[in-house]
Design a protein around this ligand. Structure first.
Ligand code: PLP
Length: 441
């Protein structure tokens, strides 16, 4: 909306004030003691303590964020991958302020403003070829629920799902049934069959062959009950586990031959690899029927080939997203696709190279401390020593004390995941993050 010169003048003043606060002009909202008390009360009210004492003040700049008690830390956890542009990015703040002036906070699926149309259009414009329709939702798990429903509808209600060992697809009832973590569905009934294939293992030269054999065995015995084949092209929660194109192609061809739709869950990979979609990075668009995205989009969506268009009664809901989230998510996609982030000469590939160089140096300087590294683009991981969950979590907590937020992935073995704030991080900040890790090794 154009609100006229008074609005523009006010907006400039607000952005200026925020800029001054970011440069040290703002007092923290709480003392260290008050922040600790709030965190303790929060733990009581939500029934569980936070992973680490992160209570944001609402102020940040680039890769750095100010906690409520005034401590500045480097954020390489990004809310598990949401804040790709780090904190307080002036362009995104301006987009958010403009959107916040709109008459509605939340948009729906019945009544919506232009942001609803514009984000759908932007996503389809940049999506892998063949993705022609898009439905918005709030969380990654919501988008996945919609994907599962629309695929099952096309498959005459066949309930079964083929997925990968180590996969994560969300926490709703159906997604928890697919996610390969029995402890995430403790006490829950099992309502449909899930068949797991081994994911790519780069230490095993027969890995691709073993997965294909497993796929064929599943199809021989169960093809009639299978509705969907769901894939993370880079496994996220498992620890940023990568696999080459050649691993997926025979599996996708097998699924195709059996009439089973291929659904790629890009909730975590969206934006973060060396192309906007990992499907594009691995040149797999021709095999993919449905894609789900989330996290960095600041909302979520299912994208589909038009043959998968679903019955209007099947999917809807009150909310399609927050106005600010839609505008900022769209602006992020515009910036990523228009400002040199992707491709072999793009900013994300450059940061990936730097991160692997830092990891190599770390490994060389501390023999035995780093067991392995993996990942791609702005999602990089490393396993420490024995890769135990306890040791990994202790390391992350130590880094947090030293001023760096990281997160873990996997369970046994576990790894450290670095969510690189590729939108805003400087090379000096990247080096500082690795220096903190080195101190904590
Ligand atoms: C691959 C993948 N799918 C789905 C989800 C679920 O997304 P959300 O937590 O937004 O429901 C996640 C979250 O980490 C994910 O990594």
């Amino acid at each position: 909306m154009d609100y006229g010169p008074k609005f523009e003048q006010g907006l400039r003043l607000m952005l200026e004030a925020i800029g001054e606060a970011q440069e040290g002009g703002a007092a923290p909202p709480l003392s260290a003691q008050e922040a600790a008390l709030e965190l303790r009360d929060l733990a009581r009210l939500r029934g569980r303590p936070p992973f680490y004492a992160y209570l944001g003040s609402g102020l940040g700049r680039g890769a750095r964020v100010m906690l409520a008690d005034g401590r500045w830390i480097l954020d390489f956890a990004l809310g598990i991958g949401v804040h790709f542009f780090g904190h307080g990015n002036p362009d995104l703040l301006e987009t958010a302020l403009r959107a916040a002036a709109s008459d509605v906070v939340m948009q729906g699926n019945l009544i919506f403003n232009r942001e609803y149309y514009l984000i759908i259009q932007t996503l389809i414009d940049h999506a892998p070829r063949n993705m022609e329709q898009c439905w918005l939702s709030l969380s990654g798990a919501d988008a996945n629920e919609n994907a599962l429903k629309l695929i099952r509808q096309k498959r005459g209600g066949r309930p079964g799902v083929i997925a990968f060992r180590g996969c994560f697809h969300g926490r709703t009832s159906a997604m928890a049934e697919i996610t390969d973590r029995p402890d995430y569905r403790m006490g829950q009934p099992s309502t449909f069959p899930v068949f797991y294939l081994p994911f790519y293992d780069r230490t095993d030269p027969r890995s691709a062959e073993k997965s294909l054999d497993a796929m064929r065995a599943v199809l021989r015995q169960n093809a009639g009950v299978i509705g969907a084949f769901v894939v993370e092209l880079v496994q996220g929660e498992a620890g940023f586990v990568t696999a080459p194109r050649e691993f997926f192609v025979p599996l996708f061809e097998e699924a195709r031959a059996a009439g089973i739709p291929v659904w790629v869950d890009e909730v975590q990979t969206f934006g973060r690899t060396t192309e906007l979609f990992a499907t594009q990075m691995l040149d797999l668009a021709d095999y993919v029927d449905v894609i789900t995205v989330g996290k960095m989009l600041q909302g979520s969506a299912v994208l589909l080939r038009k043959e998968f268009a679903f019955d209007p009664n099947l999917i809807s809901g009150t909310f399609s997203g927050a106005t600010v989230a839609m505008a900022v998510g769209r602006r992020m996609v515009e910036k990523l696709t228009g400002e040199g982030y992707y491709g072999s000469g793009g900013r994300i590939k450059h940061l990936e190279r730097l991160a692997f160089e830092h990891l190599e140096r770390l490994a060389a300087g501390h023999p035995g401390a780093i067991a392995s590294v993996d990942g791609v683009g702005a999602m990089i991981s490393m396993r420490l020593g024995d890769s135990s969950l306890d040791r990994t979590r202790a390391f992350i907590r130590r880094c947090f004390q030293e001023g760096l937020a990281l997160y873990f992935g996997g369970h046994d073995p576990a790894c450290i995941r670095l969510f690189i704030p590729a939108g805003d991080v400087t090379e000096a900040e990247l080096a500082e993050a690795f220096a903190i890790m080195e101190r904590c090794l």
